[in-house]
Every structure is written in C-alpha cells, then in structure tokens.
Design a protein around this ligand. Structure first.
Ligand code: 9MR
Length: 562
C-alpha cells in the first residue's frame, strides 16, 4: 500500500540537507530522475525515483507530448547509502506500448524510454554476444553495429607450467576460453560459475534463448548460440585438468599487461596453481554440462562426465588445497580456503547427472545455510548454485523450496526499506552482480511459486541496473540514455573505436575504492562510489560472472513477459 503524500512543508523540512535548486536544465535530468532507461514491460510494475530534488507530481508524456498518465510522488526518505532524499513515482497502471518521457511538475523531463514487449531482447542478445567478444585464441572479425574488430587473440598453445602446478618443466596447449574481464586472464573458477549460471537458465526454462542468429561463427548450425558460445569456454576448461584428475587454477601471465589489444600483448603465459576450489567447480560445471549437451554432442557429454568424476575424486583425496597467488604472480586470485559449499555444488551436479547414492550422501551430510552472502559473488554464490540446481532439477524439492521462498521473502522485505527497490545496502567490488544474483534468486522463486511479487522484485533489480540507481548510469555497455563510456576493459580502451564493446555489465559502486590512488571519486557514499573512468578497476571493470546473472535474469524476464 502506498504511503499517503505528506504536505510539502514537512517535505521541505525533511530536505534540509538538499542543496539543489528547483531550476535545473533538462540536460541535468539524470542527476535527479532515475528510471529504467531501457523502459518497462506493458504488464510489469513501473517505478522511478527522484533524487535530491523538490517536486510533488509527475506526468508520463507520449510521443506527441500528450499526457498519458499522471501521478503523485511519494516520499521515501533519505537513503543512508547514497545520502539522497528520495521520492518515488509509480505508473504501473500505464500499459499501452509506445515511446514516452517522464515529466515532473517542475518541468524537469527525462530522456525518452519505451513501454514495449520484448523490452530486454536486445540487451539480452548483447549480453550473450559479449562472451563472443571475449573469446581468446581467435580473431574477432564479426562486427557489432558495423564497428568492432580484433585482429587476433592469444593462441595459448605453449603455456609454461608455473611451479605452483607441481610441475617443473614443459608447456600445456590450452587454447580457447573467454578472457575473464578487463584483463586477458583465463580462470577456471570463474569460468565454471559463469557457465553454470547460464546453464541453470536453460535447464529451468528450456525455451529461453532459442536464438541461433547472434552472428557468431557457429550461428546457423542448428544449435542455439548460447550453447555454442558456452561450448567454446568448456572446451578450454577441459584442457585445464592434470593427468591425476586435479585441475589447474588459472592461465595468465605473471602480471597484468597494459591497455593494449590482445595481438600486441607479449607477456609469457603460464598455467598456475592446482587445488580443491578449481577441481570442485570444474567437476560441478562439467557434470552439469554433460546433461545439457547429451543430445547435442554425446561424445563431449560422456567425456565431460568422466572428467568431472575424476576431478571430484581428486578433490576428495585433496580436500583442503587452497589457492593463493604465488609470490611472483599478481593476476586475479579467485582464491578460497573454505570448500564445503564447493563440495555441495559439485555433489549436487554429480548426483543429478549420475544418480549415484554416494553424491547424495555427501549432500545430505553437508548442511549449508540457505542464505545469499553478498560480495565476492564468485565465491559465496556457489552455495546458492548448489541449491538452485537441485530445485531446478526437482531434487529434494519440498524443503529446499520452502527455504528458497523464505530467503526470497527476506530479500523482498529488505527491498521495502531501500528506496531504490533493491535488497543490498552494502556495496563492494562487483556490487552489480550482487544485485543481479538476487534477481536470479527471485526469478527462481517466481518459477517455483508463480507468485507475482517475486517477479516484481526481479524487475526492480533490473530497473536498478538500467538506471534507477544512485549514479544515474545504465550499467550495461551500449544501452541506456546515460551510458558508461570508459569501462576498465582492455579491448574497449585500446581499439580505435569511441564506444566501448557493447553488452557488458560493469562492476558498479564499491565503497572500498581499491583504485583510489588512480581514480578520483566524486562521492564517499557507498552507493555512489562509482567512476566511469578507464582506470577504475574497482568500480568500472567488466567480468564474466557479472554478465552471467544478467543473461539469466533478462532471459527469464523475456520469457515471462513475452
Ligand atoms: O570479482 C573479484 C572481486 O570479488 C575481488 O575482490 C577482486 C580482487 O581480488 O577480484 C575480482 O575479480 C577480478 C579477477 O581477480 C581478475 N579479473 C578481473 C576480475 C574482476 O575485477
């Protein structure tokens, strides 16, 4: 139920810290009107907020400038995480498709947006295509919007074994994969999480993302492009297994290179580390893939399952081998020293794929708290991936379903207290992936229960990603009326094209600002600790496991609202 509108006088007192004047040019609209810049589905909720600005009501104007809807603004209060006084508007009742703008009673007007079916279709396609643009070991000749080219990638056919692998000499042929992020590393753990989440969607809603027309080299082969794209990653993942079943941790140089294109990169590449975390995540994702590719490629499917079981056996024998960067290595760590959640995810996937009692026993004995631990989403969300795969595949359903819905209700309750309609008020490295991972939890809750409230929650989270947030940016490159232009992404920075490569989710606000020595932030508030500058690896990088939940959530919403 909506709160009643308080008199303007009280509001004026309330805004004592407000420093903005009411005379603001249209060009400044993003400073104050925060809305989903992509738009809204006809049948979905439609919310926006007004930050640090005095107004009492709004109108939605159609293309001809005629009033299509009018409503009042509701006072939501000051949000501690952004320091802003927030008003909220709601025009959910407007369901007519078309192009609109949003105008406050002061005259302040937003950029145009749409109400449309298929609203997230283009963003979904782009967020899948972004993985193709990350392909290592190949030239990217296909063009996006007629502009993007890359001459070559890393062949990775002679990667030196670092002594942390247990090997003292020799090289490994380890081609393929997607580059992890803004850097040119390839990391098993993050590959597994990323692929696992996207395969979750295809298992949950088999018809999601049917397209075979994303203009990747395999398009038109009769296999949906997402599966072709994922296969490119999995073929590399398979190369990272040692003869004894254990799995190497990563393939990178010893340090990060400069902002250069892959073809200009000349650092030696190494196979680094071998441990429990990489072996278990490898086992999980390949067990999962063995099911999903069974009909498409039976040979790959059975090889994947054998590899997964060998990795599991190795991890059982070597159940506490953490990974830490060796002294001479400074590339991404993706380290962990707590493995019970990783055992849980791997056992869940292996149980579903093999039906073996031994995996079920491990699961039963391994009682994981049903929570979503935010931050380091590549580390803590693994537990949820174990739950999700069991739920999606109808295993241990009743109790887990209850727990899943209870967690989702907690998220919804928290959303009520945060004026931007998200469930996080803690912003660390990759905070946007925390938001998207929670949207994923809510999509699954909707799938399990059919209850609209979970869908509304997921929509609120995507509204945040596309501009209804304390920075006013749309956090998907190439999309929105206030776009991020300078991501921490080497090809985007080093090619001679002004626009960044499209389809990437940025890390987002990060209170820790680990890059503060190089980056000037304009706010100390956690939810505004974001800088659209290339140097900002702590707030403005792209990363595989930040895109994967976007594919999941956009793919799910496109199915539901089709
Ligand atoms: O997403 C990771 C974040 O949780 C960590 O705090 C951070 C520092 O270790 O690393 C992030 O992952 C980066 C990875 O280590 C290397 N490739 C780029 C990733 C995104 O910034």
């Amino acid at each position: 139920m909506k709160k009643s509108l308080l008199p303007l006088a009280i509001f004026a007192m309330f805004l004592s810290s407000c420093t903005t004047s009411t005379i603001v040019s249209k060009a400044d609209n993003h400073e104050h009107i925060r809305f989903n810049q992509l738009g809204y589905y006809p049948d979905a909720i439609k919310e926006f907020v007004v930050a640090d600005y005095e107004a009492t009501s709004f109108q939605i104007l159609n293309e001809k400038g005629k009033k299509a809807f009018e409503g009042e603004l509701i006072i939501k209060g000051v949000w501690e995480s952004s320091g802003e006084s927030i008003l909220q508007g709601d025009f959910s009742a407007l369901s007519k498709t078309g192009n609109y703008t949003l105008q406050l009673n002061t005259g302040l007007t937003s950029a145009p947006f749409e109400i449309a079916k298929g609203l997230y279709g283009a963003a979904l396609d782009a967020s899948i295509k972004s993985f193709y643009f990350q392909r290592a070991s190949m030239a990217i000749e296909k063009q996006y919007g007629g502009i993007y080219k890359r001459a070559s990638g890393h062949p990775d056919d002679h990667c030196f074994y670092h002594s942390s692998t247990g090997k003292e000499e020799g090289t490994l042929n380890s081609p393929g994969a997607w580059y992890d992020a803004g850097d040119y590393g390839k990391y098993v753990v993050n590959a597994a999480i990323t692929v696992g989440q996207m395969l979750n969607l295809l298992e949950m809603v088999p018809d999601a993302i049917p397209t075979d027309q994303l203009n990747i080299p395999e398009s038109g082969n009769g296999i949906r492009d997402l599966l072709d794209e994922i296969r490119f990653e999995l073929d590399w993942v398979m190369t990272m297994q040692d003869e004894d079943g254990g799995v190497y941790h990563k393939l990178t140089a010893l340090n990060f290179g400069g902002f250069i294109m892959p073809e200009d990169y000349d650092l030696d590449r190494y196979i680094i580390g071998k441990g429990t975390f990489s072996s278990l995540t490898f086992a999980a994702v390949l067990a999962q893939a063995s099911r999903i590719y069974a009909d498409i490629d039976p040979v790959f499917s059975s090889e994947a399952l054998v590899a997964a079981e060998c990795a599991w056996d190795w991890a059982v024998e070597n159940s506490d081998v953490p990974f830490r960067n060796p002294e001479d290595v400074v590339t991404g760590q993706y380290g962990d020293d707590q493995f019970s959640d990783d055992f849980y995810w791997a056992a869940a996937e292996l149980f579903i794929s093999t039906g073996k009692e031994s995996y079920l026993e491990t699961l039963t004995k391994n009682d994981q708290p049903y929570i979503h631990q935010i931050t380091n989403s590549w580390k803590f969300f693994i537990r949820n991936m174990g739950f999700h795969t069991l739920l999606i595949n109808d295993k241990q359903n009743e109790e887990l379903t209850k727990k899943h819905l209870a967690l989702s209700d907690e998220l919804l309750a928290k959303m009520e207290s945060i004026p931007y309609g998200i469930s996080i008020d803690h912003f660390e490295w990759g905070s946007n992936s925390d938001v998207l991972n929670q949207a994923m939890i809510l999509c699954i809750a909707h799938h399990l229960s059919g209850e609209q409230k979970y869908l509304d929650g997921a929509i609120r989270n995507t509204d945040y990603i596309f501009g209804k947030n304390a920075t006013g940016f749309s956090f998907l490159t190439g999309f929105g009326s206030k776009q991020v232009m300078n991501p921490h992404h080497r090809p985007s920075g080093a090619d001679d094209i002004d626009e960044p490569v499209p389809g990437f989710i940025l890390g987002g606000p990060n209170k820790d600002k680990q890059d503060r020595a190089q980056v000037e932030y304009t706010s100390d508030f956690p939810a505004r600790s974001y800088a659209d500058v290339e140097a900002s690896y702590a707030s403005n990088e792209v990363c595989l496991n930040w895109n994967a939940p976007a594919v999941f959530v956009l793919g799910y919403l496109e199915q539901v609202y089709k």
